[in-house]
Ligand binder design. Structure first.
Ligand code: KG4
Ligand code: ZN
Length: 341
């Protein structure tokens, strides 16, 4: 089965073609980062308009690269939520219309299920069951995954998501949006041990997270060392290092706890923050000690992309799921509401 995947939940237009027998045939991504950078974050209305401009040219491009005609496509998958409502509407309307005109089934995919399944596109995919750490700009969740659609939420952030915390910390250092990669790059020049940030909620039992206190700690540290408006360059790098170290170690402590609690030996990390190399290294060390394995997607499939939506949609279409003609997006959509397949 060949499935066209469309991702437009936020500021990336991602299109891909996935074949259940041959794997990924082609994928393309247009990032709106430059458009939103001048505003310091995503402007929803501008995001929707840019998706409208880019979506069809990218669909054509992907079909040309894969050398696939419309009559070879067996289904269309698009992100139906969670995300920005206007941006979701663009992908859903175009996806539903393409499926209608090609007379193939359409399926609305849960964005976080897409992220969660992205590591299954890799050569050495994890077997079920596993524990998944979903870390993106909008979500920080630990999930016990028994199979596709069999998701048990073990813990989540009570306030900011990890990616959001990275983005806000970056703003305090006057770095560009999105802040995660910028903090990570700056942290490379930082000196370990100069600053020690707290590890929020690690001495409490349970698997929930909280990153808003860390954000305040960062703000106070920046202010305390500011000369004019910002600290000197080395201090900024040292603060970026300490902030990243704190987020990474906090995530690692909870992941270890989740593996123990679920009695599982496989950990999957997914979502934009799983592109963070310090996180990957720390988790590699942690799982080794636990006799467990770590799985993640290639870097470009950690952040938003069409391939994960094509893949997740294909699995659900193969299981016989599809949707009617009404176009309904779900800006808020809990992952554990999804049906098992
Ligand atoms: O999954 P994603 O592309 O979009 C959402 O679904 O939210 O995640 C975007 C988030 C942003 O907050 C971004 O700063 C963060 O992922 N991010 C990173 C890195 N790359 C992206 N955070 C830390 N280190 C990175 N290398
Ligand atoms: Zn995402």
């Amino acid at each position: 089965m060949k499935v066209l995947g469309i991702e437009t939940s936020c500021d990336e237009t991602g299109i891909a073609l996935y074949d259940s027998e041959k794997g990924l045939l082609a994928d393309a991504l247009y990032s709106q980062v430059d458009l939103h950078a001048q505003y310091g974050g995503v402007v929803p209305e501008l995001a929707s308009r840019d998706h409208v401009r880019k979506i069809l040219p990218l669909v054509k491009q992907v079909m040309a690269v894969a050398d696939v005609n419309a009559d070879c496509i067996n289904g269309v998958a698009f992100t139906a939520g969670p995300g920005l409502v206007g941006a979701l509407m663009v992908g859903s309307c175009v996806g539903r219309a393409l499926a209608y005109s090609w007379r193939v089934p359409a399926i609305g995919v849960h964005h976080m299920e897409g992220h969660l399944l992205a590591p299954l596109l890799e050569n050495n995919p994890p077997d079920f069951p596993f524990v998944a750490l979903l870390v993106s700009g909008g979500h920080t969740q630990l999930v016990k995954v028994q199979g596709i659609g069999q998701y048990e939420l073990l813990g989540e952030s009570l306030d900011d998501a990890a990616g959001e915390a990275f983005d806000k910390a970056a703003k305090m250092l006057d770095l560009d949006y999105p802040g995660g990669p910028q903090i990570a790059a700056l942290a490379e020049k930082g000196v370990a041990g100069r600053f020690k940030f707290p590890r929020p909620m690690v001495d409490r039992p349970g698997l929930d997270f909280s990153f808003s206190g860390l954000k305040t700690y960062m703000l106070n540290s920046v202010k305390a060392h500011a000369k004019d408006l910002l600290p000197d360059e080395q201090t900024m790098a040292d603060l970026a290092y300490a902030f990243q170290e704190s987020v990474v170690n906090t995530l690692a402590i909870k992941c270890r706890r989740a593996l123990e609690q679920a009695q599982l030996k496989r950990l999957v990390i997914a979502g934009g923050v799983s592109a963070n190399l310090a996180l990957r290294e720390t988790l590699e060390t942690m799982v080794k000690k636990q006799g467990a394995e770590l799985y993640y997607a290639r870097l470009q499939f950690c952040t938003d992309n069409g391939a994960m939506i094509a893949y997740a949609g294909c699995q659900r279409l193969l299981a016989g799921e599809s949707m009617g003609y009404e176009i309904q997006v779900k800006p808020r959509w809990p992952l554990d509401e999804l049906p098992a397949i």
